[in-house]
Design a protein around this ligand. Structure first.
Ligand code: ZN
Length: 416
């Protein structure tokens, strides 16, 4: 290894220009790099942030792996085209020549390859900066007792911009959001889905109609009340976001009911930790079968992530199949399931909503349970159009909308 090299401190004027790092996201809004030096197979970089120097260390291999030159990243697709497995190891055993130009970092490697790094891009990726999130998608927030869903006018949402951004943000955070004052001619739901992504089809088709049918194969197509549930718990990968657009709701009854599975599961964890643990650890069978279809999976009612946070609830009493558990688990499981259900029935966790024609609810079916009160089809018309879209496409729409320059103040972790 050669001796370390230090550049003299550059002026601390704000950055003019940026280096193209071949990314679509915002990054070029940092303070300039003032110095950089080689140390132990890494480059230590200093930024002047107000009165203090902020430093971060980047291993040489990381830097070379992130070179954004046209040879290392495809100029059109921006995808990585360089493979670090094929690098000449000698390049990493020699300190690169380091320089700071216009506040950005340049490295000239032993083989003559030049890598340039934007100061703001590098600042966002400081390895010790674990709080930094690579996207603006918010974490789940459990509904509080006075939860009031985010509402946006249909026309404002369709116009795009900050109204759409805030609606998508609320949908990711709360698992729930409403569009209102839309037309009610039919098919509007297709326009909303088109702003997000393709409709996710299931054994009930793509777009579905909810009204009472003469020969129903599913409780939704009757006039019966529907207990709170999540849809298609019998699928290994149940649909994510459900959208229901109301075209008519003049029948007596038929109010929609919702409950946040995260809030209910957290209440169970607080009141009855043993029941919570059983529902999070014990998989049960879920099944839908009719003349043409037979879809089965085995899954837990509560799903936790690696930090023990509730990320999904599967609760559907129609799709719960015969209970197959070892004898000693049967009664404890029933006790836990009924404890969850009892909390779910409590008004504290319920959001009652009478959908008006021209209103659309969107909710995260992996988290938020939905249901309805019974209605009397003799007293009027009740007609909803529904479809599912994938959560990945909702996050994508959120990022792309934000990228178009309308991210709310403070959404980006670094906006010096
Ligand atoms: Zn390169």
């Amino acid at each position: 290894m050669t001796a370390s090299q230090t550049t003299p401190a550059a002026a601390t004027a704000p950055l003019s220009g940026s280096i193209d790092m071949k990314e679509y996201g915002h990054y070029a809004n940092s303070l300039p790099i003032v110095a950089a030096r080689y140390q132990d197979a890494a480059v230590q970089v200093d930024w002047q942030v107000l009165d203090t120097l902020e430093s971060a260390e980047f291993p040489l291999l990381w830097l070379l792996d992130h070179c954004a030159c046209d040879a290392c990243r495809h100029p059109q697709t921006y995808e990585r085209t360089q493979f670090i497995l094929d690098l000449d190891p000698a390049v990493l055993e020699t300190a690169p020549a380091i320089s700071v130009e216009d506040g950005h970092l340049s490295l000239t490697w032993a083989d003559g390859h030049l890598s340039r790094f934007d100061a703001g891009w590098l600042y966002q990726l400081r390895p010790h900066q674990q709080a930094w999130q690579p996207c603006i998608v918010p974490a789940n927030v459990a509904w509080a007792e006075d939860f009031a869903p985010h509402r946006t006018n249909f026309s404002d949402y369709m116009a795009g911009g900050s109204a759409r951004l805030e609606w998508l943000h609320a949908l990711c955070r709360d698992g729930f959001a409403i569009l209102q004052n839309g037309p009610h001619e039919g098919g509007e739901i297709d326009q909303v889905a088109a702003t997000i992504g393709p409709i996710r089809a299931t054994n009930f088709g793509g777009r579905f109609e909810v009204f009472s049918k003469p020969k129903p194969n599913n409780a939704a197509y009757t006039a019966l009340g529907l207990e709170l549930h999540t849809d298609l718990t019998n699928w290994k990968n149940p649909p994510d976001i459900q959208m229901l657009y109301c075209l008519a709701n003049s029948a007596q009854g038929g109010e929609s009911i919702f409950a946040d599975g995260v809030a209910v599961a957290e209440a169970l964890r607080a009141q009855d930790p043993e029941a919570f643990r059983l529902l999070a650890e014990t998989a049960i069978d879920c099944r839908f079968a009719d003349e043409e279809t037979d879809i089965v999976t085995r899954a837990t009612v509560i799903h936790l992530d690696e930090n023990d946070q509730v990320i999904e609830v599967r609760f559907n009493n129609w799709l719960r199949d015969s209970l197959r558990l070892p004898p000693e688990q049967i009664m404890p499981w029933y006790r836990a399931y009924l404890a969850f259900w009892k909390i779910l029935r409590s008004p504290r966790y319920r959001l009652d909503l009478r959908l008006a024609a021209g209103e659309m609810v969107a909710f995260d079916n992996r988290r938020v349970m939905h249901g309805r009160k019974s209605f009397d089809p003799q007293t009027g018309h009740r007609h909803l159009q529904g479809c599912y879209v994938d959560y990945d496409m909702v996050e994508s729409a959120l990022r792309v909308t934000a990228r178009k320059g309308c991210a709310a103040e403070g959404e980006y972790p670094h906006s010096a």
